[in-house]
Design a protein around this ligand. Structure first.
Ligand code: HEC
Ligand code: HEC
Ligand code: HEC
Ligand code: HEC
Ligand code: HEC
Length: 329
């Protein structure tokens, strides 16, 4: 024992050891108590950061998430797989389409910073991430588990994906069959019909409606890309059916259960041209926001930092404001 030297009396040495052991034990007890009673620290604290859960996540700005998750937007695709397969030679069928460009990239980059993503989307972290319980990925299973907004064993609600990755619903359009076979008949042009039908579209905070209409004029592939061309699902998405100028008053049977407005969470920060909601429009379900700015619908609890950071979407609103595309019939 280095603490006990030759000059020490035996009893003095024993006393030193007892003191040291005592101090050590006390430190351990303090540490255990702090751990049991206190807040989690480090990785655990970050994992249980309130920003991961409702309600904070609803108002989170991407910048707040990226403080900790910068890696999701960093290019990280290997040029060569460990087995030696070249990424640029391992192309999936959909990556050969005209509207698909650039090298292989990660999922998050394709949706947030890729060329197409920037062209006509404005997805945010919380468009897809609505919070989930990392301890038990089933909603509502305990007092503390978030009760809604996520799907059993999924971190992201697949319905969100279905909006842009569902089948082309040719049945409700009265087309004889899938677009790939019958597009020719309609001049490969969605706008042949959609210049006048379902014209109140894409006024949500994760899309750029003007850019989409312009792209649709260039090529129907741009429209088809989100409405059947990248269908990872076997079913079409049941889109909300917004009233449009010249719409028939009779609601077809297939549309009887459809909402008449987009999900309220997609309307935050969106300014919708009044021309889109005709005077005779039926009272939209949860979307009176369709007529005016829904900014006032924002919960009061929005953290200051997020409030400051919503600027980018506001810029977008101003661009939409002058938009005529939705009312051109
Ligand atoms: C204070 C740092 C911090 C912030 C801010 C933060 N996260 Fe996290 N996040 C973490 C940590 C740490 C983990 C756990 C990682 C692990 O265990 O591998 C995590 C895990 C996750 C996971 C995976 C969860 C799981 O169960 O595997 C997702 C998805 C996620 N975060 C999304 C977000 C989103 C979206 C935001 C913004 C709303 C956000 N995070 C903000 C630190 C943070
Ligand atoms: C298009 C929808 C979408 C958007 C937008 C999105 N994510 Fe994700 N994210 C996902 C999906 C899907 C997963 C995989 C979930 C699973 O494994 O169950 C995921 C996984 C993650 C994970 C866990 C591990 C990983 O890296 O794969 C983190 C962390 C994460 N996302 C953070 C973010 C952040 C931060 C943003 C905003 C900058 C963001 N995500 C935007 C859909 C999205
Ligand atoms: C707002 C529309 C939109 C939503 C919502 C959306 N995606 Fe996508 N997704 C796209 C577009 C557009 C592309 C093509 C991007 C490109 O070519 O750069 C794409 C590409 C992809 C790819 C191909 C990526 C690659 O590198 O090949 C996958 C896989 C994918 N999405 C899955 C999902 C999943 C899973 C979700 C839900 C968590 C989701 N998407 C939500 C529009 C969307
Ligand atoms: C022959 C005319 C016609 C063409 C061509 C056409 N559509 Fe449609 N589309 C319709 C009609 C009619 C509806 C249903 C209108 C209603 O709600 O009563 C519709 C509805 C839709 C819907 C909403 C479906 C739903 O379930 O609510 C989407 C999305 C859509 N079309 C996209 C497209 C895209 C993308 C293209 C081109 C690839 C296209 N359409 C080409 C006539 C057409
Ligand atoms: C980046 C993906 C994307 C592209 C590109 C796109 N759409 Fe959409 N479209 C969506 C989403 C998501 C919705 C549902 C938005 C909502 O919740 O209101 C939608 C809704 C619609 C609807 C239903 C309108 C209603 O009543 O609410 C029609 C019709 C439609 N799109 C046609 C088109 C046409 C025509 C084009 C090309 C000019 C096109 N889409 C391009 C993603 C896309």
């Amino acid at each position: 024992m280095s603490q006990c030297n030759e000059n020490d009396e035996k009893s003095e040495c024993a006393a030193k050891i007892i003191v040291l052991v005592g101090v050590g034990l006390m430190l351990m007890v303090v540490a255990v108590m702090a751990f049991a009673a206190g807040e989690p620290t480090g990785h655990a604290a970050a994992r249980w950061d309130p920003l991961h859960f409702k309600p904070a996540i609803e108002q989170a700005d991407d910048k707040e998430c990226l403080v900790c998750h910068a890696e999701v937007l960093k290019p990280s695709v290997r040029a060569l797989s460990p087995a030696g397969v070249r990424a640029d030679k391992a192309i999936a069928w959909y990556q050969t389409l005209d509207v698909y460009s650039d090298n292989q990239d990660t999922f998050h980059r394709r949706h947030l910073v890729g060329e197409l993503a920037k062209k006509y989307m404005n997805l945010r972290c919380n468009t897809c991430h609505q919070g989930h319980d990392p301890r038990d990925e089933a909603p509502g299973t305990s007092k503390t588990a978030q009760a809604d907004g996520y799907t059993l064993r999924k971190q992201v609600d697949p319905k969100t994906c279905l909006m842009c990755h569902g089948q082309f619903n040719y049945e409700v359009m009265g087309l004889p069959g899938p677009w790939a076979q019958h597009g020719e008949t309609f001049g490969n042009n969605c706008l042949m019909c959609h210049e006048g039908i379902r014209t109140a579209r894409h006024n949500v905070n994760f899309l750029k409606p003007q850019a989409i209409e312009a792209a649709g004029r260039e090529s129907a592939d741009n429209c088809y890309g989100c409405h059947g061309g990248r269908a990872w699902y076997r079913i079409p998405f049941p889109y909300p059916r917004h009233a449009w100028d010249g719409m028939d008053k009779d609601v077809p049977d297939w549309a009887k259960n459809r909402p008449t407005g987009s999900e309220p969470r997609f309307l935050l920060d969106v300014w919708i041209p009044p021309s889109v909601a005709p005077a005779a429009a039926p009272p939209a379900t949860p979307a009176p926001a369709a007529k005016t700015s829904s900014r006032k619908a924002k919960p009061q609890s929005r953290p200051a930092v997020a409030r400051k950071a919503s600027k980018s979407s506001y810029v977008r609103i101003q661009t939409v404001k002058g938009s005529q595309h939705v009312s051109q019939i």
